[in-house]
Design a protein around this ligand. Structure first.
Ligand code: AMP
Length: 293
């Protein structure tokens, strides 16, 4: 596995690659969920390129950019064992040299949900992802369902700007109790960790209502809310029932798949989770067909 820090060097390496190139973008502090993206990329491609870059422009001033967990040696070891061929590890100064002034704004789908809680976040994400796509020229880029709104933003960008690549969506990997794996889970205190699967439990409650035939978004939201509200440490930010392609709120019962998205603060971290209903659609093929491009 080759580890490359400089943009000129990765451009040179990329020019030498023939065949399909799968790309996995990360901020490091790797867990098995990241490695599932690598596994999917390995299955589909001749070469796999991964990035490790904590992108300053997607963090607001009050967020955890400086303290975001970083462990490069461990991450490189995990990537190597997972079968990554090339790791690109640029610095913020390389990605944003003096005079940098071009940004990508994906309009409506960046506004609500996480976009409302984190103004400017998706502008930073879309811009850095666009830069990585230009540098790495992926055949397919792999994104986690975990960050569903991010996938929707990137899908819009790729379609709107005619980027010649595919987006594949990999299901959220969970701890045995259902908590979605996340680099920020290390912030949870033991007593918080003990209840942190409440987001998953809330979505399963909505799923149970759905399976019982209740398709009204208010009923689905109510079923999820009841589970969240039973945990006093958990401060729910939103439970949203949305169209998975537009992220517009769904207000009437529908037989089309819906995306339930949950965000809540538990101690220091803000926890996110989501799933498609009906629940059996949360597999790579259906997720990629519904959320990908
Ligand atoms: P991050 O390092 O948090 O920016 O995440 C890098 C990529 O890994 C993104 O596409 C995430 O959606 C994805 N990812 C994060 N957590 C998980 C998870 N639990 N399961 C699957 N993919 C994930």
């Amino acid at each position: 596995m080759l580890v490359i820090g400089k943009i000129e060097s990765i451009l040179r390496e990329r020019r030498g690659l023939r065949g399909k190139v799968g790309v996995v973008l990360t901020m490091g502090a790797l867990h098995q969920g990241h490695l599932d993206l690598v596994k999917a990329a390995r299955e589909d491609n001749d070469h796999v390129i991964a990035t490790i870059f904590v992108n300053p422009t997607q963090f607001a001033a009050n967020e955890d950019f400086a303290s975001y967990p970083r462990d490069l040696d461990r991450d490189l070891d995990l990537f190597e064992k997972a079968g990554v061929d090339l790791v690109f590890t640029p610095t913020p100064e390389m990605m944003y040299p003096p005079g940098f002034e071009t940004h990508i704004t994906v309009e409506d789908v960046s506004q609500g949900l996480e976009g409302q809680a984190r103004p400017g976040h998706f502008r930073g994400v879309a811009t850095v992802v666009n830069k990585f796509f230009n540098i790495l020229q992926p055949t397919t880029a792999y994104f986690g369902q975990k960050d569903a709104q991010q996938v929707v933003v990137i899908r819009h960008m790729v379609r709107d700007l005619n980027m010649p690549l595919k987006i594949s969506v990999v299901p959220t990997l969970r701890e045995p109790d259902g908590l979605a794996m996340s680099s920020r889970n290390v912030y949870l205190k033991p007593e918080e960790r003990a209840v942190a699967n409440v987001l998953y439990r809330s979505m399963r409650a909505a799923s149970a209502a759905y399976e019982a035939g209740d398709r009204h978004p208010n009923a689905l939201r109510k079923a999820a809310r009841a589970v969240l509200d039973a945990e006093p440490q958990v401060h729910t930010d939103y439970v949203a029932i949305c169209d998975p392609r537009t992220l517009l709120g769904v207000h009437q019962p529908s037989d089309r798949p819906v995306l339930i998205l949950v965000a809540a603060k538990l101690g220091k971290p803000r926890l996110l989770d989501n799933c498609l209903l009906p629940f059996h659609l949360n597999n790579r093929a259906d997720l990629s067909a519904i959320l990908g491009v």
